[in-house]
Ligand binder design. Sequence first.
Ligand code: ADP
Length: 395
Amino acid sequence: MHYSSWLVLVALFSGIVIGGGFVVILFFSVSRSRQAVQVSSNTVPDGVDQILDAMDSAGIVVDSSLNVVKATAKAFALALVSNARLTYPELIDIAQRVRRTGALVDEEVELQRGRFKDASVRVHVRASLLGSRFVVLLVEDRTEGYRLEAVRRDFVANISHELKTPIGAIGLLSEALHTAADDPEQVRMFADRLNAESLRIARLTQDIIELSRLQAVDAVANAERLEIDHIIAAAVDQNRVGADAHAIELVVGAPTGASVYGDSKLLVTAVDNLISNAIRYSPDGSRVGVGARVAEGVVEIAVTDQGEGIPEADQERIFERFFRVDQARSRTTGGTGLGLSIVKHAVQNHGGDVRVWSQPGMGSTFTIRLPEADEPAPALHGPAAATPSQGEQNQ
Ligand code: ADP
């Protein structure tokens, strides 16, 4: 055979060998990522392999010396196995107990993790004997569930605390009313304070209901095409009396003609909360500005005040439920501690966000950003999208 023909044949052969090698490696790596990993050469009873392979959660089989024989990918992802051993002493203890007693173990354990053991995962472990030599441990990560439960407990505890104060005050004031029954001046004073406390409970329950509604997934199920100038005008109107009472000038910027899709009541509430905060945390006789602009498909509504401002360290936390920079001040101004939480959830429900710029002693600017409604209005977005709104007809 000619020398070059040999060369072609050799090249062809090496190509087939190398290509085949790659295919085999690829096949094994794909199946390894899907299946539970055989950690040692010890064989587990029939059928266990297949069950572990089919499992989405963490499953580990250990032998009589507590060497890990088999473990699912999730067990590695949770770092429950390392160097063919169980990583956490709590799991070793459970496996030993099962071996010793032969009884099934079913319990919740907190596993300390991280280099300094400063983080933890909460897991549910079921462990039992497998044949005479093995122990199988099934581990379910419940950390997220516990975290949500803690948030819920916190919220309930906060609500109870917030309600206790006005309810306690109402009890005391009604006793005081009894005692002062013969003094009309005092009766009037206590009645006024009773009224203020009941208004506070009403505001708090209203805000709690609003927040719960916003946390429901379909808060903006029926989005309408809304004119941002109308939203701002409605929110400003609701604050005129409050501003006048403190000689605060409300300055409204030029109309933008921009539209967004959303729930009118929710958006008015969001802007209203920002304006009423600006008034409450500003000195009498100052100015509060409300303006909007559109840039690159984003509608920005800004509320600016010349008030006391917010320390930088607190600027992220003010959107948390019941967080106040100054507890006493917020209470005396009639705050519930939920206003900014409501703003945040309302705008997030509209695909937007809210930001704050503030400097203590200088004032604050809160900016709501919302996606601008596309032109022309798609018919999919609720009834108002199909029929032009009042403002559009007037243009
Ligand atoms: P609150 O009902 O207490 O006003 P919010 O959730 O509306 O609750 O606000 C949280 C906290 O953020 C307030 O207690 C206040 O300390 C601070 N805050 C909000 N808006 C302003 C503002 N415009 N100027 C200064 N501080 C503000």
